[in-house]
Ligand binder design. Sequence first.
Ligand code: MN
Length: 254
Amino acid sequence: MSKPRKPLILVCNDDGIFSQGIKALAEVADEFGDVAIIAPDRQQSAVGHAITVSTPLRARPFRIDGRFDGQAVSGTPADSVKLAHNQLLDRKPDLVVSGINHGSNAGINILYSGTVSAATEGTILGYPSIAVSCTDFDEEADLTGCQDAARKVIGYVLNHGLPRGVTLNLNAPSGPLKGIKWARQANSRYVEEFEGRVDPHNRNYYWMTGKFQLLDEDEKNDISILEKGYASLTPIQYDLTAYSLLNDLREIEL
Ligand code: MN
């Protein structure tokens, strides 16, 4: 009898294939199976679920640490996962993981995040998918606690799978792991503030400097849990229908 094949884990991110975070996540994925890193060839943070439709996509082979075979894609995180699924992988992945992002993807950040969108794209394509982010933006942050959290969640998902249409969004502080708690996405927003300046040609330009606002009072939200030093784990979905309203709205004739 042939040995059962090791699971294939597709690793993506939005900080680009050169980031420390993707290497840290690939190391954890490597403990569970074969690793394929297919990720943007440059920084793509906050591109959300953008896809490339009017320019060609290119992928070039890339080796990380002389250890992981990867492909650097000239597109967005969602492009990378689509291209991996469609063209670049010789077998279907058993799991898609995205990260470790340098910066939190809790609260409203989930919506802007390329890291989360790579995982969501995995879910759309029918693969169990997890997004992993560290609340610390520093490239040199201690990611060992994030890796420990990712290890627990990857182990769980490989054993139990995930319901169709559901992605897991994991955030963890830098440093040692204090524990993982299930969380709601915090009700939060940015108060957008722009700094207006003038360029050397005397034209105005603007730089976004949004301030984050937590609007949640229930402390079971992801941001409050992270503030207490725990990792937060939130099941999220790409079906954006407001089901709580839909039945009532159907009564209204338009
Ligand atoms: Mn990022």
